[in-house]
Design a protein around this ligand. Structure first.
Ligand code: NAD
Length: 349
């Protein structure tokens, strides 16, 4: 099977993670070298055992390089991808693909003109918690899902440097938001009719340090996506309601459960004290009315990100992550931003 040779531009946290963890796990893609504008990072490239090219142009001029990963700050994805495509290389861009849909359109047009492939590293399609949730939705273990709440909450503020500035593509909508929106649109079918968003700027940066968006699907399903960086007590990663039960996946270690209605509802709930009052409505259901089930095993994807990249380039295999899906997320981000700025619910599709 043909082996692809790869180069990386931007050898920071994520570039080095690709080099050390992700690319070595692929049997058919090999990393030759990398370029970073920071000389200290070029020393790290060498220390990791790869060629540290003296310039991006030098890396692109290497005829052995078939494929380039762009792992720089977000505002650099467009020019560096265009440069690599012009040098007749296939390109993987880290997420977010681009700063906006127009940039992605331009890069996809350039890729088609150069007859090269362009990919976006939407790696969280492979996350175990997301695969478990996909199984819950597809197998209808809690009935028809009508509400999905997807959250990531941290308390460290915005990490790093460029992520604090809008001009570099900073902010949490373009950071974690891209992952959560990509997962959600993969999970739930059909068009989204309305978008209602708010952003948080508690930390005083010129971009959002978190956001909450409610998405109303034409199907009647609603979803909430939330990223927070000032949450000292995190809410569960996933909270999902179906017509027959509720599922919670609390964290990436897959703690959580499903509580499923048995259909035996002859036993009325016993009233309980609530504060200084009494309630039957909010009393726990009787033991007979529900059963507690562990989370199911997830539906795994049959191929890894890098093996899929190889198979698309070498064998014309179908893509796991479609560029049309990436484009839809970028369009949704534009509407989320507008909704938050205007304090209004906006139409989407
Ligand atoms: P980082 O700041 O750690 O690294 C960026 C590197 O790019 C730095 O070493 C910097 O010197 C270099 N750089 C900047 N401009 C350059 C240029 N013109 N040419 C060459 N090198 C240049 O940032 P990071 O956390 O590694 O993020 C990089 C990208 O990876 C971002 O797009 C980010 O969104 C993405 N990312 C993705 C995931 C994921 O799970 N898919 C996780 C983290 C980051």
């Amino acid at each position: 099977m043909k082996e692809l040779m790869m180069g990386i531009v931007g050898y920071g946290g994520m570039g080095a993670y690709h080099a050390r963890e992700l690319i070595p796990a692929s049997a058919h893609i090999r990393l030759k070298g990398a370029y970073d504008i920071d000389p200290e990072r070029r020393s790290v490239i060498e220390a990791d055992g790869f060629i540290a090219y003296p310039s991006y142009e030098a890396m692109l001029a290497d005829p052995e390089i078939d494929l380039v990963l762009v792992a720089t700050p977000n505002d650099r994805h467009r020019p560096l991808s265009l440069q690599a495509l012009a040098a007749h290389k296939h390109v993987i861009s880290e997420k977010p693909a681009m700063m906006n849909p127009a940039e992605l359109e331009e890069v996809l047009t350039a890729a088609a003109a150069a007859d090269r492939q362009f990919f976006v590293h939407q790696n969280r399609r492979w996350d175990p918690d997301f695969r478990v949730l996909t199984q819950i939705v597809q197998a209808q273990t809690i009935g028809d899902v009508f509400r999905v709440e997807s959250r990531v909450h941290g308390a460290n503020g915005i990490p790093g440097d460029w992520r604090h500035f809008a001009r570099y593509g900073g902010g949490m909508i373009r950071d974690w938001g891209v992952h959560l929106l990509d997962q959600l649109l993969d999970l739930l079918d059909g068009p989204i009719s309305r978008v209602t968003a708010e952003t948080s700027q508690i930390l005083g940066d010129d971009c959002d340090d978190g956001f909450t968006v409610r998405l109303d699907f034409n199907s009647g399903v609603t979803a909430v996506v939330e990223v927070g960086t000032t949450n000292y007590i995190p809410l569960p990663r996933w909270y999902v309601k179906g017509t027959q039960g509720t599922a919670e996946i609390r964290d990436w270690d897959l703690h959580g459960e499903q509580v499923i209605a048995t259909g035996v509802d002859t036993v009325a709930p016993t009233p309980v004290r609530a504060g200084v009052g009494l309630t039957k409505t909010m009393a726990p259901p009787s033991e007979a009315a529900v059963r507690h089930a562990s989370l199911p095993a997830g539906v795994p994807l049959s191929v890894s990100f890098y093996d899929n990249v190889h198979d698309v380039i070498c064998d014309g295999a179908p893509r796991v992550v479609q560029n049309s899906e990436v484009m839809r997320v970028l369009k949704l981000i534009d509407v989320i931003t507008a909704s938050a700025e205007q304090h209004q619910t906006l139409p989407f599709e």
